[in-house]
Design a binder for this molecule. Structure first.
Ligand code: TGC
Ligand code: FAD
Length: 389
């Protein structure tokens, strides 16, 4: 019998048949294509590039975008389930799909001209082109509105100068969605790999997300033709709208990482004997396992409602913040405590728990730190901004 997942509350009954089928398909992909290779990729710090075409063949890129652009046109719950199953494998694989879908295809779909959509979306959906999203700068992470990357009008286009940092997929991307100020207003630009003055060196030395490419983007008088400006993006709100899509996927994704850690810890606890009995028989171990299952179940219910709200067009960005904040915090805690159940064995890459814990350090940080989401929700419920001053 195939892998059944964790479903303590019969949450499957809340899913449509199509949603379950999509989940099973990606579950199968993770079992057969990701889990057998991921520890090696992590150890060697390489992204498994050969999976790109396989993921494209399963329609995993931009899966909630319209079929006229080569996408699967699934609902947002199915999209979330895709993220959950991918991150049960590794946060780096989910990151790749998040960036391609939520941070590259979504902005082109939402802010692009019809010509840009027709040209880029089918190529990104088929994995023939890879994208990245450049918002964060060396001196502006939580506060992207302070960005100093700048575009100035030039004959037939724009000249771009500045630098981005911590950009997932940067080095392997064919196209970068870059946010820069033009006359002091944030705009989105599409910058192609190989454009003179544009380079994307890979950042090395990461203890986290090792199976994912992270890069700098450097713009030294890069000429961007007029038709590569995203015509319908204007102001910081435009990149922030993209972040909502990615944060939504992360809320679902990290539930997959929680499930991976819980299942590994449960299996280990039942077989590891100390003081004459399996460690699963000690109350303190059971307390941890019950805590993991409880938080997994709560996050699954949160995600479903999040998805249903999104499908009805009723989702507020502050609700996305609440789910991203909560689920990332819990996932990291579950991964760390799972590692403890393994004792010394927990530091070996024979088991997935420390890899997930280290990955989740990034996932809790990117797409808005825990503190940023606290302040976003805090502002929403009090009406008072506490970001500065
Ligand atoms: P603020 O004045 O609050 O907002 C400007 C305008 O935008 C509106 N807004 C949003 N709209 C849609 N979605 C959101 N999430 C929005 N947040 C704010 C806001 O209402 C306002 O609209 P209007 O009509 O009044 O103009 O802007 P601020 O400069 O004070 O900043 C707000 C803050 C701190 C919340 C924001 O900058 C923020 O979210 N900071 C965190 C930065 C972040 O998350 N960066 C992520 C980079 S990308 C990444 O990490 C990819 S990881 C990839 C992977 O998966 O591998
Ligand atoms: P800082 O903003 O310097 O924050 C440092 C600390 O100060 C944090 O704890 C923060 O919460 C706290 N802090 C800051 N301001 C306040 C405040 N007002 N009140 C209280 N506390 C505060 N970015 C992209 O644009 N594209 C990508 O593809 C991308 N991929 C990434 C991949 C990885 C592996 C990582 C690690 C990051 C990635 N990022 C990406 C960048 C990520 O979004 C930023 O790291 C994140 O937004 C935080 O910014 P920072 O690291 O500069 O931290």
């Amino acid at each position: 019998m195939g892998y059944k997942g964790v479903d303590y509350f019969g949450i499957d009954t809340l899913l449509s048949e199509e949603e379950r089928l999509v989940r099973e398909m990606v579950r199968d992909f993770t079992v057969h294509e990701v889990l057998p290779i991921i520890e090696k990729c992590n150890r060697e710090s390489v992204f498994p590039f050969h999976l790109v075409k396989k993921m494209a063949s399963l329609n995993l890129f931009g899966p909630n975008l319209p079929s006229q652009y080569g996408c699967a046109e699934l609902n947002n719950v199915a999209y979330g389930l895709i993220m959950q199953e991918l991150e049960r494998g590794d946060s780096g694989i989910r990151s790749f799909v998040s960036v391609q879908s939520a941070l590259v295809m979504y902005p082109i779909f939402t802010f692009g001209s019809e010509e840009q959509k027709r040209f880029w979306l089918p190529k990104l959906a088929s994995g023939d082109k890879i994208g990245c999203f450049g918002l964060t700068e060396p001196d502006f992470g939580s506060n992207p509105g302070g960005m100093v990357t700048k575009a100035v009008k030039a004959d037939g286009g724009y000249l771009l100068n500045g630098a981005k940092m911590w950009i997932t997929n940067g080095t392997i991307a064919d196209i970068a969605v870059v946010w820069a100020k033009l006359d002091d207003v944030v705009h989105g630009f599409l910058v192609e790999k190989g454009t003179p003055g544009f380079s994307a060196p890979e950042m090395k030395g990461k203890h986290s997300l090792r199976a994912s490419v992270t890069s700098e983007l450097i713009f030294d008088n890069v000429f961007v033709p007029e038709n590569m400006l995203l015509p319908n993006a204007s102001g910081l709100k435009s990149p922030l709208m993209c972040l909502n899509q990615a944060r939504y996927g992360i809320a679902w994704g990290v539930t997959g990482a929680m499930i991976a850690c819980y299942e590994a810890a449960l299996e280990y606890a039942k077989s590891r004997v100390q003081f004459g009995k399996p460690i699963a028989g000690f109350q303190l171990t059971q307390q941890k396992l019950v805590y993991f299952l409880t938080e997994i179940t709560k996050s699954q219910l949160l995600n479903i409602q999040l998805g249903r709200l999104k499908d009805r067009g009723e989702l507020k960005f502050q609700q996305v913040s609440l789910a991203k904040r909560n689920n990332c915090e819990l996932a990291l805690d579950i991964a760390r405590q799972s590692r403890e159940i393994f004792g010394a064995n927990g530091i070996l890459d024979e088991y997935p728990v420390l890899r997930h814990a280290l990955n989740l350090e990034s996932v809790k940080t990117y797409e808005g730190t825990h503190e940023m989401h606290t302040l976003i929700i805090g502002e929403d419920i009090t009406g008072i901004s506490a970001f500065s001053g």
